[in-house]
Design a protein around this ligand. Structure first.
Ligand SMILES: Cc1cc2nc3c(=O)[nH]c(=O)nc-3n(C[C@H](O)[C@H](O)[C@H](O)COP(=O)(O)OP(=O)(O)OC[C@H]3O[C@@H](n4cnc5c(N)ncnc54)[C@H](O)[C@@H]3O)c2cc1C
Ligand SMILES: NC(=O)c1ccc[n+]([C@@H]2O[C@H](COP(=O)([O-])OP(=O)(O)OC[C@H]3O[C@@H](n4cnc5c(N)ncnc54)[C@H](O)[C@@H]3O)[C@@H](O)[C@H]2O)c1
Length: 474
């Protein structure tokens, strides 16, 4: 055991969230160390957001070109799979973290490589690959930003069949001829889209439906388009046993008596927190559990020095929202350390208020699903008196120009008591870039009367805003 190194703040986990926490802390004038056992940059950079979106982007560009006469005629071939995988490799930085390490160096954040474990209040021990343990003492705070890993269900034979998690899908070196996917959520839908476009024969076992947490019309559009792309979407099918035979073929049996054969099976049924081996037991918390936090990201029952941000607190499992939490937690640690005022009220600088009801997400399927805030079902469950306003996204001038046969739908949820928007879902080609306008309307609680004065440019797809307001009525 070496001597103890002291910092103001110690962050465990150098994913996008941990990096941003450390950055805010250092910008605020404190010293910070970050502990990472794998690659600096985390899941998002190497095995999640970036490589998966790179896998999807080429097919999406090809589809877009094929929907516009003139461009369509210029597209004469299919996807170049090797080029797609090559571009993906570069977006995953070839699974090397030199770039991110240089950034850490430039900001003055100290990096300690190894498994970080809380040893006692304010103390983190880091065990490196060489077995040497370094002790870090945090003057003000320890922030757990260890993220999440893929959840594996207890299906007989599944583990022995060496299934893919999202990691193997995102970093695949080749495209399996047949790919089975257990799950129907975001990872399953995106990877079915990507691998079908890359040439796999894909079967999706969507026990609870396709994208069950988005507005139903959006899930239906994606299901329809996956089927049109040749994906066998089996809604309601539950895998009950899995077996990989000596030839490498995976056999899956479903509860309804169905059978699926594949070369690889991807499991995408949600996440589990990376808290199994971070020393939580040393401070009386349960290993393996999600960490519950207050709005300033302080861990419930963890002592005033312990915070958790990003996937590990289960508030929202998305990079941008985790980074938003990181800004709040970094700033609140600095404020508390300096004895400055803590602004933890609703929408205060140090509170992650948007996590509750203003979270944007884009699912990069065909069509894209962009949403923010509440769905109609969620708003009703929350007891709001709402009006649901739907409009055909393909019926605005900008959409018809954007692509021939543009198909899509838009839904706006209005809180009738406050006359503000509390949810928006857009389903259609290239809607990703439209969603921020909705996020601003929701976070700003812009009254509908005022939104009439936010005039969308003609002829853009954004004219959907005007159509939604007209449908609602003035
Ligand atoms: C396939 C897939 C695609 C996704 N696509 C998107 C997307 O398009 N957009 C989006 O917003 N979100 C997306 N997400 C979600 C996104 O990846 C996560 O929300 C994000 O990575 C969370 O960041 P984080 O920093 O909390 O955790 P992570 O990125 O998981 O980083 C945690 C880091 O902590 C390290 N660590 C863990 N335990 C220890 C320890 N004890 N000691 C030292 N280091 C440790 C890990 O090695 C890791 O580097 C996707 C997720 C998946 C699975
Ligand atoms: N574009 C993006 O923003 C993006 C892309 C990928 C992942 N992510 C994030 O990563 C996280 C993980 O994604 P995910 O798809 O693994 O989880 P998810 O929560 O989106 O979907 C999991 C799905 O699996 C189903 N399921 C649960 N247990 C099952 C079982 N035993 N058998 C069959 N189905 C089962 C659930 O009903 C759910 O539909 C999500 O929270 C998501 O927000 C985001």
């Amino acid at each position: 055991m070496s001597t103890t190194i002291e910092y103001d703040v110690v962050v465990i986990g150098a994913g996008p969230v941990g990096e941003n926490v450390a950055d805010r802390v250092v910008r605020g004038g404190l010293t910070a160390a970050i502990v990472e056992r794998d690659l600096v940059g985390g899941e998002c950079s190497y095995w999640a957001c970036m490589p998966t979106k790179a896998l999807l982007r080429s097919a999406s560009a090809l589809r877009a070109a094929r929907q516009v006469p003139g461009a369509r005629e210029a597209v004469t071939g299919d996807l170049d799979v090797a080029a797609v995988l090559g571009r993906r490799d570069s977006f995953a930085s070839h699974w090397k973290d030199d770039g991110q390490v240089s950034w850490l160096e430039s900001t003055g954040i100290a990096l300690h490589r190894g498994q970080g474990r809380i040893a006692s209040a304010r103390v983190v021990e880091v065990t490196g690959a060489d077995g040497v343990t370094t002790r870090l003492a945090a003057q003000h705070a320890v922030v757990v930003a260890t993220g999440s890993g893929a959840l594996l269900p207890d299906i007989p034979g599944l583990r022995e069949a060496a299934p893919w998690s999202s990691r193997e899908a995102a970093s695949a070196r080749s495209v399996p001829r047949r790919l089975a996917i257990i799950g129907g959520g975001v990872v399953a839908a995106e990877m079915a889209t990507a691998f079908a476009a890359l040439g796999s024969s894909v079967t999706m076992l969507a026990r609870d439906g396709v994208l069950p947490s988005v507005e139903p019309f959006a899930g239906e559009l994606v299901t329809e388009s996956l089927r049109a792309a040749g994906v066998s979407v089996r809604v309601g099918a539950e895998a009950v046993s899995v077996h990989r035979d000596d030839n490498g073929t995976v056999h899956i049996a479903t509860a309804d008596g169905g059978r699926v054969e594949a070369d690889e099976v991807l499991v995408a049924i949600g996440r589990t927190p990376n808290t199994q081996d971070i020393g939580l037991e040393s401070i009386g918390l349960a290993p393996g559990a999600w960490l519950t936090v207050d709005d300033t990201l302080r861990v419930t029952g963890g002592g005033e020095w312990l915070y958790a941000a990003g996937d590990v607190n289960r508030r929202v499992l998305l990079t941008h929202q985790g980074k938003y939490q990181a800004r709040a937690v970094g700033d609140v640690i600095v404020a508390r350390a300096k004895g400055e005022e803590v602004q933890d009220g609703r929408w205060g600088r140090h509170a992650a208020t948007a996590d509750e009801r203003a979270v944007p997400q884009v699912v990069f399927t065909d069509p894209e699903i962009a949403s923010v805030g509440l769905t109609a079902a969620a708003a009703e469950a929350a007891g709001l008196r709402i009006r649901v306003v739907d409009h055909d996204l393909g019926a605005v001038a900008g959409s018809s120009l954007h692509a021939d046969g543009y198909r899509g739908n838009a839904r706006m949820i209005v809180d009738e008591d406050r006359k503000v928007i509390v949810g928006v879902t857009l389903a259609g080609p290239d809607v990703a870039e439209l969603i921020h306008a909705a996020t601003i309307a929701i976070v700003g609680e812009v009254p509908l009367d005022r939104l009439w004065h936010a005039v969308p440019a003609y002829p853009t797809v954004s004219e959907i805003w005007l159509r939604l307001l007209e449908t609602y009525g003035r």
